[in-house]
Design a protein around this ligand. Structure first.
Ligand code: GLN
Length: 269
């Protein structure tokens, strides 16, 4: 009898041991024993990099640099976020959020313009600016109200300046509103005399004039509504937006934001 009980006991012990090993041992419940979870994927910051000094490239390489880049990198570090920058046309930025091709827009984008705030969630304002008219250095044009209906004005497609030149053309105030993909193309058309003016954000035009005051100048005063540049996330992504806003507040508090304004020789309106 004793022998039978012993054999039965040993058998039960073996069955129990087998069941235990088949359930992954005695590790912590939920512990990932597959080895190496996924690294958190970098958040894609989408921008249009001909908007110096906010975002631009130089010397023919692809690295995007500028105020927005330094600011967003500081915010990401403050909030423990990993980011990577993706360059695309300005009017592709909001669609990139909507289609999950991008996670954050940081592109000198005016959060007050048009229906943008219906399509994306914007953060706190990080810079205020007006639009200005840039003309050839030898132009007789004295300001936006001196532009005549035979003239062409250029600006970037999808931007507040781009919308303005198209509106002026539709109203017959100018012969054509030339909207181009890159700011550098707008400057080139002005330099070549193909357009008589460029409507551009004041700090961006001022940056261009730092090295091109021999061929171009600002005329008149700033116009249009005072723009409020803000980063944006996909509609509803409040968790990420809260982090970005907290990071912005922190870099303003610790002086990093002011150092960046100084570095890029800019002053918010
Ligand atoms: N501030 C302008 C806008 O929001 C232009 C932005 C840009 O060209 N990056 O439309």
């Amino acid at each position: 009898m004793k022998k039978k009980s012993l054999v039965l006991l040993l058998s039960l012990a073996m069955v129990f041991a087998f069941v235990l090993s088949a359930c992954g041992g005695g590790g912590e419940s939920g512990e990932d024993t597959s080895g190496g979870g996924d690294e958190a994927a970098a958040l894609k910051v989408v921008t249009e990099a001909t908007f110096a000094p906010f975002e631009y490239t130089e010397d023919g390489n692809d690295e995007i640099i500028g105020f927005d880049v330094d600011m967003m990198n500081a915010i990401a570090e403050d909030q423990g976020l990993t980011i990577e920058w993706v360059n695309m046309e300005f009017d592709s930025l909001i669609p990139a959020l909507e289609s999950n091709q991008g996670d954050i827009i940081c592109a000198g984008m005016n959060k007050l313009a048009g229906d943008r705030a219906e399509k994306a969630d914007f953060g706190e304002t990080y810079f205020k600016s007006n639009l200005m008219l840039l003309v050839a250095a030898d132009s007789d044009i004295t300001g936006l109200d001196a532009v005549t209906s035979d003239m062409k004005l250029a600006s970037q497609i999808g931007t507040t300046g781009g919308d303005m030149v198209q509106e002026m053309a539709n109203e017959g105030k100018i012969a054509e509103g030339v909207v181009l993909n890159q700011w550098t193309d707008c400057y080139l058309q002005l330099k070549n005399g193909e357009v008589q003016g460029v409507i551009v954000d004041k700090p961006v035009g001022a940056n261009y004039l730092m090295e091109h005051s021999d061929i171009a100048k600002f005329v008149g005063e700033g116009f249009g509504e005072t723009e409020e540049f803000a980063f944006a996330v996909k509609k509803g992504n409040t968790e990420l937006l809260d982090k970005l806003n907290a990071g912005l507040a922190n870099i303003k508090e610790n002086g990093t934001y002011d150092e960046l304004l100084e570095k890029y020789k800019m002053k918010s309106e």
